[in-house]
Design a protein around this ligand. Structure first.
Ligand code: ADE
Length: 230
């Protein structure tokens, strides 16, 4: 998989992919990730990427022309309809559809993923209308830019690439993969400051352990995310 990030802060991503599963996936050749400076696709002396909003109001809006040029040079397409099969062009914005484990699994099928990081008060809407295949939000809060959201999307997606996780089963047992949260985990010592790990986990009875884990995951879901059980 090829991942291209379009941003006005390419240095933000320096080192970001040098850790853990993402680093291993890059080293194994499962994915190649590059951050590109949007200003490289401007033609004026000052490399201007933003302008005042039509209709007035605070803040600045990212101009459409450098973004269209960037996506065209990275994918060969200038419109959503001509983006080749297997390529996705994603705009990260608080107005997008919610990012979930299912979205990550969908994106993990792509050969190329282009992530556009919004900034300032927004991005000229013609980018969302005509250029991108997906407008995605990572949650109901406003970040100062799409860069942290791009990191989230890349991490959740890359760990689902075949071969990225150590064991083939580890992605199927975790939170959200079956519509509920993962069970709590414990490790040594069995007793810590008066708190004991559940006895059932220490007794080696695998059927009982599996049942306890299922029930404990369900309890946690009821407490923290009752919406998942509806
Ligand atoms: N940019 C600003 N806020 C965002 C959010 N919640 N998700 C994705 N991109 C964003």
């Amino acid at each position: 998989m090829q991942i291209d990030i379009i941003t006005i802060f390419p240095d933000y991503f320096r080192e970001a992919f040098d850790y853990g599963i993402v680093r291993r996936a890059c080293a194994a050749g499962l994915v190649s990730i590059r951050a590109h400076d949007l200003r490289a696709w401007t033609n004026d002396k000052h490399h201007v990427v933003d302008d005042r909003p039509f209709g007035g109001g605070d803040g600045m809006v990212l101009k459409p022309d450098p973004i269209f040029a960037a996506v065209e040079s990275l994918t060969g397409a200038r419109r959503r309809e001509t983006v080749a099969a297997g390529k996705r062009v994603v705009l990260l914005s608080p107005q997008g559809r919610p990012f979930t484990q299912a979205t990550a699994a969908e994106l993990a099928q792509s050969a190329q993923l282009v992530l556009i990081c919004g900034r300032y008060e927004g991005v000229d809407e013609r980018v969302a209308e005509a250029l991108v295949t997906d407008e995605i939000s990572i949650g109901d809060y406003v970040l100062s830019g799409g860069e942290p959201a791009a990191l989230v999307v890349i991490d959740a997606t890359v760990r689902l690439l075949p071969g990225a996780l150590g064991s083939a089963t580890s992605a199927t047992n975790e939170s959200f993969s079956d519509g509920k949260l993962d069970c709590p985990q414990y490790t040594r010592p069995p007793e810590f400051e008066g708190m004991r790990a559940p006895e059932v986990l220490l007794n080696g009875n695998h059927a009982e352990i599996a049942r306890w884990r299922r029930d404990a995951g369900l309890d946690k879901t009821k407490r923290n995310r009752p919406d998942l059980l509806k």
